[in-house]
Design a protein around this ligand. Structure first.
Ligand SMILES: NC(=O)c1ccc[n+]([C@@H]2O[C@H](COP(=O)([O-])OP(=O)(O)OC[C@H]3O[C@@H](n4cnc5c(N)ncnc54)[C@H](O)[C@@H]3O)[C@@H](O)[C@H]2O)c1
Length: 309
């Protein structure tokens, strides 16, 4: 099968492309490589790379049409929330206009039969419930707003063209290879520097974490699933949650050392919801996917991959 992955050089995209290649797919990557250029040689070993900025409409459309892909997985985005808050116009330009270009490319490509658009748990309202896909989108920042718009754009593609389209509400991913300075890589960087007193922001909010290899398996399952509706919204995550403080306690036990937190006001996000909880029932029932890694197991693999264990 020919599969096109936008953002294929990124945190999720790179291992997804590797897995698709290993199972025998022909992988085409559309990526500007703006922040991930260092991965180009490794990616070029198994994927066709089209170095295209998705906000360049003409280049984006022709890259997608020429790829003759059956499946398009759209991951490219401005994703790091502090960056989106600092550069809201860029967040809208890349995430909304760029996504429209990708979807218009899919509509113009006769080969495409499944489009997977990456949304986010950030579309959910502030709540302590385990969120189901039926919950109304009520994002609380510009990033989440762009992702909620992406879901509408994806639904419109399905309605207008009949292409089977899925919006994936991805929860917090963790594991090796992270590209953005989220909290887990911030902890790892400090551990690698030999620190035991870690400078971190707010450590009390809880998140449902999903291990990166499970995310890759999830996208693979969604790309190939036979789905009853032309447009589907799916959570991709687990219902296992932890606070940053609890992650640090788990790592302390694994490393047999006492890690402490020094609260760093610079790292505190201005607004940080206490919970963002995932109900993964629907994805399991429609695709069979479920996570294989607990938070503990994923952390252990992460520490081992960093040679900290
Ligand atoms: N990582 C997470 O925890 C998480 C959680 C929820 C949703 N998501 C979503 O999943 C997707 C993938 O996230 P990720 O963590 O792999 O992000 P990432 O930042 O590692 O990768 C994004 C990739 O997109 C590319 N890109 C960015 N702007 C582009 C543009 N204008 N044109 C072409 N390529 C461009 C980058 O070069 C990069 O290779 C994103 O849509 C993100 O919003 C991620």
């Amino acid at each position: 099968m020919r599969i096109l992955v936008t953002g294929g050089a990124g945190y999720v995209g790179f291992p997804l492309c590797q897995k698709l290649h290993r199972r025998g797919d022909h992988v085409i990557v559309v990526d500007s490589l703006a922040t991930t250029a260092g991965r180009e040689p490794a990616l070029a070993a198994f994927a066709d790379i089209k170095r295209v900025d998705i906000t360049d409409r003409a280049a984006c459309l022709s890259a997608i049409v020429e790829a003759e892909a059956e499946v398009v997985v759209h991951l490219a985005a401005l994703h790091f929330i502090p960056d989106c808050n600092r550069r809201p116009a860029d967040a809208v330009r890349i995430n909304v206009l760029g996504t429209q270009n990708v979807l218009d490319g899919c509509a113009a490509a006769p080969s495409v039969r499944r489009v997977v658009v990456t949304s986010s748990a950030a579309v959910y309202p502030v709540s302590d419930c385990f969120m189901r896909e039926t919950a109304k989108a009520e994002p609380s920042d510009i990033y989440g707003i762009t992702k909620a718009v992406n879901e509408g754009q994806a639904a419109e593609l399905a309605r207008a063209t009949g292409i089977s389209t899925v919006a994936v509400r991805l929860f917090n991913v963790f594991g090796p290879g992270e590209t953005n300075p989220h909290v887990v890589p911030a902890i790892i960087d400090q551990l690698r520097a030999g620190k035991h007193r870690l400078d971190l922001g707010n450590v009390s909010p809880k998140r449902c974490y999903v291990y990166v290899d499970d995310v890759v398996d999830g996208f693979e399952a969604i790309a190939g699933a036979v789905l009853p509706d032309r447009f589907t919204t799916l959570n991709l995550g687990t219902s296992e949650e932890a606070s940053v403080g609890e992650l640090i306690d788990m790592m302390s036990a694994m490393l047999a050392t006492r890690l402490e937190v020094a609260n760093d006001p610079e790292r505190r996000r201005p607004s940080d919801r206490q919970y963002l909880r995932c109900d993964p029932t629907l994805i399991k029932s429609l695709t069979g996917w479920q996570a294989n890694h607990s938070i503990q197991a994923g952390l252990r693999q992460l520490l081992a991959s960093e040679q900290l264990l």
